[in-house]
Structure formats: structure tokens, C-alpha cells
Design a protein around this ligand. Structure first.
Ligand SMILES: Cc1cc2nc3c(=O)[nH]c(=O)nc-3n(C[C@H](O)[C@H](O)[C@H](O)COP(=O)(O)OP(=O)(O)OC[C@H]3O[C@@H](n4cnc5c(N)ncnc54)[C@H](O)[C@@H]3O)c2cc1C
Length: 448
């Protein structure tokens, strides 16, 4: 039997859940908050008996419907914290609901840190790795590449340990499993000795940045840039790894607060609202934005450099391309915006990652570059959807693979072509969740 959509009357349902970008919502049949792996097992077994689907959610920061739980929604905030530390190998086992922002404090006593991080730290460790969350760095993989083991509750309600020593053949599937293989209760992360980052942020001419993108992605530890449409300027960010005891030159707290909260968030929110109401002002606003931000240099603990605070809500689409295809795809994107006369207030973000071997990783088997486009979440103009759709065509033509947690319209037939081990992943899903207890409409679309 395959578990279908829940049929309980609405009157008994839990409150409505909405994701961070407010594009996805669901009213689950019930919400559970287990605090032990045993309790997760009982929840899965009960859902199976009742013919309900069940899903864990993290911070709800995926833009897609990947975390939509129609049946039982598991909140794992009580399944959080350090379970074990192997100091000799720098491996730390964390309960699955641990949030990334908790890690600096949890890892500090052991002098450890995450090897790389994305733009924010609100996500849970299981949610972030399950969707292939990544930062930037031509020689560094996404977060899931740092998992050396994990324990999940399968569709049969059994605890299954997967690591280099136990059920190792499942590791490349389970590290980045889209929430489709089971409920992860813990993950073992390969950490690195704590380190600092020297950050240089500069506005530079876009054509030169595009010409130098491949070289700089390979040469710098962590290189990325933002291009504000309607300007010829890219704001580059180049971070260099230094030992933990390198002298710190952090942004002064007032400067950081002004840059992050006033300029980047408060002022930016106002500008986005203005731009949504009056699209004609967007080019002038974007030119002002590149003048106001992105010219600073500092050295600080790695997590304080990798992570920024994003309080302006938006919608996002991000595609992973063979890295060499990125400059031309971005030029094409610029021509598209010009041709269609769209007014796009949010910057385009360009990053990179090393090739890896997780079967559903957007960087599977190839050196990767990422192009992300965003729109303010309150923008209602019809061109918002058209923008994502037309950009997607450029990315697909360039051999793109969409981020699993960001808006896209691809389906299982596309992924069967895009991922050489797609059929192997589906076979693992058939083995671990034959009744499709962990399904939802998004997984039906992308996995079939
Ligand atoms: C402001 C913002 C900035 C972002 N920046 C980046 C970035 O820099 N880089 C990047 O790559 N992405 C980025 N993202 C996307 C984000 O990292 C991913 O969508 C991530 O999955 C969100 O984590 P979460 O904890 O919110 O998971 P959710 O969105 O809640 O869930 C994601 C998936 O994980 C599954 N899941 C969660 N917990 C478990 C568990 N215990 N067991 C099994 N499955 C589980 C869910 O069922 C779902 O399938 C950003 C998103 C936002 C909103």
C-alpha cells in the first residue's frame, strides 16, 4: 500500500504551517515534537498504522514545497545538541534538529568549526544537508559532503545506522536524501580546526569579474559575487582562510549593525517595497545600492564571516551549472532582463563548489558554479513568475541542476537525465520507504 493524502477532517487539524518565504503552506493532521530517537520511531510506526504520511521539518527555510508535511509534521527542536565528539578525528555527532547557529557555541570547547557554510545559519543540520545546502569555494563541497555518518528511522520504523563502516553503500544517497529516505535522528559531521577568515568585499566592473570568474573561483578559498541588474557593477567577496590565532580585525559592532541591519536589511526592505510599488525606480535604486554596500575588509571567526542576517523576505531560484558555463549564462541573463524590460531589484548571486559524489548533489561529478536569482516576496507583478521561468530556460540549456530547496519546475524525467545515479537513488528509496510514508507532492514530482 502507498500512503495517500490524509483524510482527517479539518476541524481536528494542527495550525497552518508556512515556510520562510510564505509561498508554501499546509495544515498538517497533527504535529509531534519527539525528543528521542525512540519517540521518532513510535511516531513513524503510528503514522504507518493510521495510513498517514510523516515528515520532519527543519527551519522551514526551503523555498520549494519539499518540507510540506500533509500528515504528521515532526518538529525536531527537542532533538538537538551534541551527542558525541571524537576529538582525534574532529568528528562530532549532532542530534538532527540542531540549528546551524548553535554550532559555534557547541563546537568551541573542542576548537572545531564547520568547514564551510552558506549565507545564513537558521537551518537545522538535517534540513540543510538533506537539500544540498552549500556555500562558496571552488575547492569545497556543500554541507552534505561533510557528513561521515547518520542514523535514520526508515519507513519500517527501524533505526538504521549508515556510515563508512555500516551500510556504507547507502551513504552517497542518505547524506543528501531530500527527506525521502527516512527521518534522520543524528548526523556525524567531519569538522575542521576552528579558523578565521580574512574578508575583502569590493565593487568591481561586471565584465572583468565575469572574465576572471573561473580563475578567481579556483585561486581563492571562497569567492563569490553579487550583480545588481541595471548596473555594470559586481560586488565581489573574497574570503581567505587563516589559522584560528590570526589577529582579528572584526567589523566594529556599530559598523556591522549599520551595514547588516540598517543598510542590508532595514533600508533594503524599504527599497524593495518601494521598487515593488514603483518598478520604474529600480535601476536608480540598484545603482544606489551598489554605492552604499560592498566596500569593506575585515578578519573574524569563520562563522561570523560566512553568515549574514537576512531579514528581508524573498523568493529564490538557484541553478548549478558546469562551472565553465557560468560567465556566458550570466551574460545571457543580463541580455534577457534588458530585452524584456523587467525591473529587477534583487541582486543575482554567483558562487562555486567542488565536484562531489553524493548522488543527488547539484555538484555531483562536476566542478560547479551557481547562479541564484531572487525577487522580493511581496512583488505581485506578473513578470515575477516569468522572470523565474525564462531564467530557468537559460539554466536548463546550460545543463543546469536546480537547488532542491529553491524554486524550479523540473520533474523526475529531467532528473533521470541530469543525475547519473538517479535510478540508484530511487532504488534506495524503494528499499527504505516502499510504502512512501515520507512522500509529499514535491517529492512525487521530483522523484516520481
Ligand atoms: C534566507 C535564506 C538563505 C539561504 N541561503 C542558502 C545558501 O546560502 N545556500 C544554500 O544552498 N541554500 C540556502 N538556502 C536554502 C536552505 O538552506 C535550504 O532550503 C535548507 O534545506 C533549509 O533548511 P531547513 O532546516 O529550513 O529545512 P526545511 O526547509 O525545513 O526542510 C528541508 C528538507 O529537509 C527535510 N528534513 C528536515 N529535517 C529532517 C530530518 N531530521 N530527517 C529527514 N529529513 C529532514 C525536510 O523534510 C525537507 O525535505 C537559504 C534559504 C533562505 C530562506
Amino acid at each position: 500500500m502507498t500512503v495517500g493524502a490524509p483524510t482527517r477532517p479539518n476541524a481536528f487539524r494542527a495550525p497552518e504551517w508556512r515556510n520562510w518565504s510564505r509561498a508554501e503552506s499546509v495544515r498538517p493532521v497533527r504535529i509531534e515534537t519527539p525528543s528521542t530517537p525512540d519517540a521518532v520511531q513510535r511516531a513513524v510506526q503510528a503514522a504507518a498504522r493510521q495510513g498517514l504520511t510523516i515528515k520532519a521539518i527543519g527551519a522551514g527555510h526551503s523555498f520549494t514545497g519539499i518540507a510540506v508535511a500533509e500528515g504528521v509534521q515532526l518538529l525536531l527542536d527537542r532533538l538537538s545538541g551534541v551527542i558525541a565528539v571524537d576529538e582525534a578525528s574532529a568528528r562530532v555527532t549532532l542530534a538532527a534538529g540542531t540549528r546551524l547557529w548553535q554550532l559555534p557555541r557547541l563546537l568551541a570547547p573542542y576548537g572545531l568549526a564547520l568547514q564551510n557554510m552558506g549565507d545564513i545559519d537558521r537551518q537545522s543540520i538535517a534540513g540543510a544537508t538533506s537539500t544540498g545546502t552549500h556555500g562558496t569555494g571552488g575547492s569545497f563541497g556543500g554541507l552534505a559532503t561533510q557528513l561521515v555518518g547518520l542514523t535514520l528511522v526508515t519507513g519500517a520504523g527501524e533505526l538504521l545506522r549508515i556510515s563508512e563502516r555500516e551500510n556504507a553503500e547507502l551513504l552517497p544517497a542518505a547524506r543528501l536524501g531530500l527527506g525521502a529516505l527516512g527521518i534522520i535522528v543524528d548526523v556525524t559531521v567531519q569538522c575542521v580546526p576552528a579558523f578565521t577568515l580574512h574578508a575583502v568585499e569590493r565593487p568591481e566592473p561586471l565584465p572583468e569579474v565575469l572574465d576572471g570568474y573561473l580563475e578567481r573561483s579556483a585561486a581563492a578559498d571562497h569567492f563569490e559575487f553579487y550583480w545588481f541588474p541595471h548596473t555594470g557593477v559586481a560586488l565581489t567577496k573574497t574570503n581567505t582562510r587563516l589559522p584560528a590565532d590570526a589577529p582579528l580585525r572584526p567589523l566594529n559592532p556599530l559598523g556591522r549593525w549599520f551595514d547588516d541591519e540598517v543598510t542590508a536589511n532595514g533600508l533594503y526592505r524599504g527599497l524593495c517595497a518601494l521598487a515593488a510599488a514603483t518598478p520604474a525606480v529600480v535601476p536608480r535604486l540598484n545603482r544606489a545600492a551598489v554605492r552604499l554596500t560592498g566596500n569593506r575588509e575585515f578578519t573574524d571567526a569563520s562563522h561570523r564571516v560566512f553568515v549574514t542576517n537576512r531579514s528581508v523576505r524573498f523568493r529564490e531560484q538557484e541553478y548549478a551549472l558546469p562551472r565553465a558555463a557560468v560567465p556566458e549564462a550570466l551574460r545571457e541573463l543580463g541580455r534577457l532582463i534588458e530585452r524584456r524590460g523587467w525591473r529587477v531589484s534583487f541582486p543575482v548571486e554567483v558562487r562555486s563548489a567542488a565536484a562531489d559524489d553524493n548522488w543527488l548533489s547539484t555538484a555531483y561529478g562536476r566542478e560547479t558554479g551557481y547562479i541564484a536569482v531572487h525577487r522580493y516576496y511581496r512583488e505581485t507583478s506578473p513578470d515575477r513568475l516569468e522572470y523565474f521561468a525564462e531564467v530557468e530556460k537559460i539554466m536548463v540549456a546550460a545543463g543546469g541542476r536546480p537547488h532542491w530547496g529553491k524554486i524550479h519546475t523540473r520533474d523526475a524525467a529531467y532528473f533521470a537525465e541530469a543525475y547519473p545515479r538517479f535510478a540508484d537513488f530511487v532504488a534506495v528509496r524503494d528499499r527504505l520507504d516502499p510504502e512512501r510514508l515520507f512522500r509529499n507532492p514535491y517529492l512525487d514530482r521530483v522523484l516520481g
